[in-house]
Ligand binder design. Structure first.
Ligand SMILES: NC(=O)c1ccc[n+]([C@@H]2O[C@H](COP(=O)([O-])OP(=O)(O)OC[C@H]3O[C@@H](n4cnc5c(N)ncnc54)[C@H](O)[C@@H]3O)[C@@H](O)[C@H]2O)c1
Ligand SMILES: [Zn+2]
Length: 365
């Protein structure tokens, strides 16, 4: 059963002056009906819908190879062949892949053109759509180059979530609960009160999206360029990136972040850094476990991640220092914080144990 949401808007302040977020049903078609010099770049998934509206979009296949620097050149040629000028506004429709490609292209095409973003995955709605960052792959190196180029506005139409797979919804909710936990007790409790789960209706997805974006707004306004406060939003990511890499990307980003938070809780418990009897810590663990348990093939994918590969990928993270490991843990007061741990045999054994416990928790008995 569908349930509609009330439209809402709020602003994000940034060094380029700021932009607005609009959330509401039917906003996709409304945005597409706007006049002006505009070109649509969209996930190939939407080509059919756009064609029925008479829009011939430049298509992007939403995979990592589309984010390669080589393919970006193709996109730039496509813009030029369609006579895009400095006055053309690019309309990006898609998840994080389209967002990364269009943010990057909009930041460099003719030294910068305006763009509007319409996120279509839950992950991009609740998380990546604000912040203004692009990340592009070069050869084997994922997300190695990028720019900051905030959009003119972000337009979120919760109806788009209806066609998402269960795994895509779970991935989005893992990032959603991460943001809310990082923001503190009040926001985390508000998140839990929304009863977020992969099967909730459009209205509740819209409410989760608004809660997360307002929470993320605080981080990006206080620390636009990722120097201090915003770094805690990497909670679950150092472990998560290692799981993505060690699984050969069989585990997608959002789900890997969920698993990464569970591994971080394991490490916090082993080091007596995290108070495991804290009600919110227990609620987080319970909620994330419930989410990722719904991912098909997870035990097999985790079973295929060797501890050696997990540790190699974990240690290769660029955020670590030579003698210290940068990790995000929950402290004894229940606050998510960044901490530096000594890079020694004992600590590495503890991290390996945290991964081993995670693997064992999800192994098929
Ligand atoms: N720039 C940033 O700040 C930032 C932040 C996080 C992640 N990312 C990047 O985002 C990418 C992941 O993005 P993502 O998870 O949002 O998705 P995605 O763009 O990788 O798309 C995933 C799949 O969902 C499909 N899809 C998209 N919208 C759909 C819809 N409404 N219904 C059904 N299917 C739909 C796509 O066609 C694709 O098959 C990664 O490359 C990651 O590095 C960027
Ligand atoms: Zn993430």
């Amino acid at each position: 059963m569908r349930s509609s949401c009330n439209p809402t808007s709020f602003g994000i302040a940034c060094s380029t002056g700021g932009y607005n977020i609009h959330i509401g049903e039917g906003l996709l078609d409304k945005e597409l009906g706007e006049d002006g010099e505009r070109l649509v770049i969209a996930d190939q998934f939407f080509a059919g819908h756009l064609a029925t509206l008479g829009i011939e979009a430049i298509p992007i296949i939403a995979n990592e190879s589309s984010k390669s620097l080589d393919r970006i050149a193709d996109l730039i040629e496509a813009l030029k062949s369609r006579q895009a000028t400095r006055g053309t506004t690019l309309i990006a429709i898609g998840g994080g892949v389209v967002q990364d490609c269009v943010t990057f292209v909009a930041s460099v095409y003719m030294r910068g053109v305006p763009w509007v973003y319409i996120p279509t995955t839950l992950l991009s709605m609740v998380d990546s759509c604000i912040g203004g960052k692009s990340s592009i792959n070069v050869g084997p190196y994922k997300n190695i180059v990028g720019t900051f180029h905030p959009p003119l506005r972000v337009v979120i139409d919760p109806i788009l979530a209806q066609t998402l797979s269960s795994e895509q919804r779970i991935a989005g909710l893992c990032e959603a609960v991460k943001i809310c936990m990082c923001r503190g007790a009040e926001v985390f409790d508000a998140y839990l009160a929304l009863g977020a789960c992969p099967t909730v209706n459009d209205k509740d997805f819209a409410a989760v999206t608004e809660l997360c974006l307002r929470a993320k707004k605080w981080f990006i306004e206080i620390d636009e360029f990722d120097r201090k406060e915003r770094l805690v939003l990497n909670f679950g990511h150092t472990f998560g990136h290692a799981i993505e890499a060690a699984s050969g990307f069989a585990v997608g980003h959002g789900v890997a972040v969920g698993l990464g938070m569970l591994a971080a809780l394991n490490l916090g418990e082993q080091l007596a850094y995290t108070e495991m009897s804290d009600l919110r810590v227990r609620a987080l663990r319970h909620h994330v476990r419930g989410l990722v348990t719904g991912v098909s093939g997870l035990s097999e994918a985790l079973g295929n991640c060797s501890l050696d590969k997990l540790m190699d990928a974990f240690c290769a993270d660029k955020k670590h220092g030579r003698d210290q490991l940068a990790v995000i843990l929950i402290n004894r007061l229940g606050i998510v914080e960044r901490t530096m741990l000594p890079r020694n045999e004992e600590m590495l054994a503890n991290i390996s144990k945290a991964f081993a416990r995670l693997k064992s928790d999800f192994s098929e008995s």
